[in-house]
Each structure stands twice: as C-alpha cells, then as structure tokens.
Design a protein around this ligand. Structure first.
Ligand code: ADP
Ligand code: NA
Length: 333
C-alpha cells in the first residue's frame, strides 16, 4: 500500500475562474488544512498543447501561483511549483506514451471537445497525448488521491489504466491506482450565459465566467446579467432538474457559502431571481475580493513568486527523482 499523498494541477493558460476556485483551489486548501501531504502544480507543459504567447505564459504562471497563495495555499506546508521546472514529468510522460494506446487518447471527450469543428489532424500531438502527461504528473509522486472537478474524471480513469498497464507489463505493483476526489457543490460550475456548458477560462465570452481578477462591480454585473428563466426558485431541489441556469446559480451559492444545495433551496424557496441574484453577488464579492486583493499584492513582487516556485520545484524534484530513476531501471534503462 501507498502512503496518502495528494497531487493536483491547474493550467496557467489564462486567468483563473470561479470554476477553478470552487472545483479546485478551495478543495486544495481544504486538503492541505486536513494535514495531508499536498503537492500542487502549475502545469505549463499542458498549457502549450495549444499556442501560448511566451510572455503571457510567464505572466499567467506567476498569476496562477499568486491565486493559489491568495486562496490559502501555504507554500511551506504544500509543495507549490511549476511543472516544466521538474524534468521528471516529461521523462515519465514519454515512458507512458509507450505504455498507453493511441485509441485510449482518441476516446477522451476533452480532446473531442477541443477539436470539435476543427481539423483534428491539425491539432498538436501534445493535445492528443495530454492525458499521458497528466498520468505522469500524478504518478511521478505516487499520489493516491487527486482532487479535481467533474470534467477531469475521464482523464483520471485513464491515469489509472496507464498505472495498471505499467504494473502489469513489468510485473510489479510499482504505481498506485489513484482515486479521484470529486465531492460536494461546485465540482461542476457552469457558464453564466449558458448553463449547459462548463465555465471555462477559454470561453470567448468574458460574461460567461467570473475571473478571480474581477472587481466587485464586474462580479455584481455578471451575476445580474446571468441567464435565468422566468420562474421563481423552486421549493425543493427536485425542481431544479430541468433548469440548468437556476441550478448553476444555486450550486454556486452552495459552493461559496459551504451550505448544501438543499439548504440553499430551502433558504430561497419561492424567491424571485431579482431577490436571489443580489444575495449571490454579495456572497461572491465577500468570498472573492479578499483573494483578488491579496493576488494583486503578491503580483507586485514577481521575483518573490519565482523564488517560492523555485523552492517548490526543488522539493518536488527530491520526491520525483528516485521515482523516475527506479522507473527507468524497471524499464531496462
Ligand atoms: P480550465 O478547464 O479552466 O482550463 P484546468 O483544465 O486547468 O481549467 O483545470 C484546473 C482544475 O479546475 C481542474 O481540477 C478542473 O476540474 C477544475 N475546473 C475547471 N473548470 C471547472 C468548472 N467549471 N467547475 C468545476 N471545476 C472546474
Ligand atoms: Na479542464
């Protein structure tokens, strides 16, 4: 058996959203505060699977690091670092490219979504192989648990398949079969302009998401304009079933407040959106503006952020190096 260790990552491919906060960052902090060993990574190697402007990538990597720290990640307790600074990720990913099968990659819904309406043959090879690198990220630390949003569940299953095939092919239980940790409200935050699509930093419409860098006015305005239907809020959670936009706003309220969806529904049973939305906006501003303020403060000293990430990379490498060395030995290198 493997000692409990948490690993997760976020792409520094754009400003972080409320979806990243509720689905990832907030959970990362909870795991750290439970006293579990936590390793958090800014996955810049994943970010370049689609074109990134080099200067912006550098800037967004620092901004994501600032968001982690502002949200409550303590870089002394958790390991916080940048993927490309620990060479074991790319090394193990190559070995996993030779363990995983091409057909596994073509089945991934994220690959299908990201190439929908485009010529898939013309996307980067990295975009197709992305889940293999993600498996390497996790297994390089023999992580047992990965907190993620719903959207990453299929990639996690693939990481489990890769670990199992490696263990089988080389006849030993070397890698753990990692468990996803997907629980509670906020694991699937949807777009504010279309409750059937996930909120994403890569959505072309800025009104579809709340960014962690949005000020109080922007947050209030986006919530006021969020898509809804004309019915009042239902008396029970059942009544949210065919109302994706209403369900999303209730879900966001639950995620931010720490209440259950049922509790929020009870509190606002029969209310109009005109009553509910300002309450939601106040809550979002109260929870997010201290994070935004702290991010802005941290971003004034990029050298300090680089120093923190460098120290995190050294600590990550100390765990990763023996694992990659042993993996190569197992493979015959
Ligand atoms: P994005 O999808 O915004 O590009 P990433 O792929 O970097 O974000 O995902 C980082 C983390 O944030 C993952 O754990 C992912 O599951 C989570 N996440 C992203 N978007 C959402 C969302 N809309 N709701 C809940 N969690 C999300
Ligand atoms: Na994602």
């Amino acid at each position: 058996t493997f000692p409990q260790r948490i690993f997760s990552g976020i792409q520094p491919s754009g400003g972080l959203t409320l979806g990243n906060y509720l689905g990832a960052l907030k959970r990362f902090v909870e795991k750290q505060d439970e006293g579990i060993e936590t390793i958090y990574c800014l996955v810049d190697l994943h970010a370049i699977t689609v074109w990134q402007d080099p200067e912006r990538l550098r800037q967004q990597t620092r901004e994501a690091a600032a968001a982690f720290i502002a949200a409550g990640i303590d870089p002394d307790r958790s390991i916080l670092f940048n993927q490309s600074q620990v060479t074991g990720h790319a090394e193990l990913a190559w070995i996993f490219n030779c363990v995983a099968r091409i057909g596994w990659m073509y089945r991934m819904t994220q690959f299908k979504d990201k190439t929908a309406g485009k010529n898939a043959e013309n996307s980067s090879l990295g975009l197709l192989a992305y889940p293999s690198l993600m498996a390497a990220d996790i297994l390089l630390y023999k992580a047992t648990h990965v907190p993620v949003g719903e959207d990453q569940k299929q990639h996690l299953e693939l990481a489990r398949d890769i670990a199992a095939k490696f263990n089988h092919d080389y006849g030993r239980t070397f890698f753990p079969i990692t468990e996803p940790v997907i629980e509670g409200a906020g694991t699937r935050v949807m777009s504010l302009t279309d409750g059937t699509k996930k909120m994403s930093k890569s959505d072309p419409s800025d009104n579809s998401r709340i960014n962690l860098t949005d000020d109080a006015d922007a947050i209030a305005k986006k919530i006021r304009r969020a898509k809804t239907d004309s019915e009042p809020l239902p008396e029970s959670a059942e009544g949210l079933k065919d109302r994706p936009d209403a369900r999303n706003l209730i879900n966001i309220y639950a995620g931010l407040s720490g209440l259950s969806v049922d509790q929020v529904v009870t509190e606002f049973a029969g209310a109009q959106f005109g009553t509910f939305k300002p309450k939601l906006a106040d809550l979002a501003v109260a929870k997010l503006s201290p994070i935004t303020t702290e991010m802005n403060r941290l971003m004034k000293d990029p050298a300090e952020i680089d120093r923190i990430l460098g120290k995190g990379a050294d600590r990550a490498d100390a765990i990763a190096r023996p694992v990659i060395d042993e993996t190569k030995d197992i493979v015959g290198m």
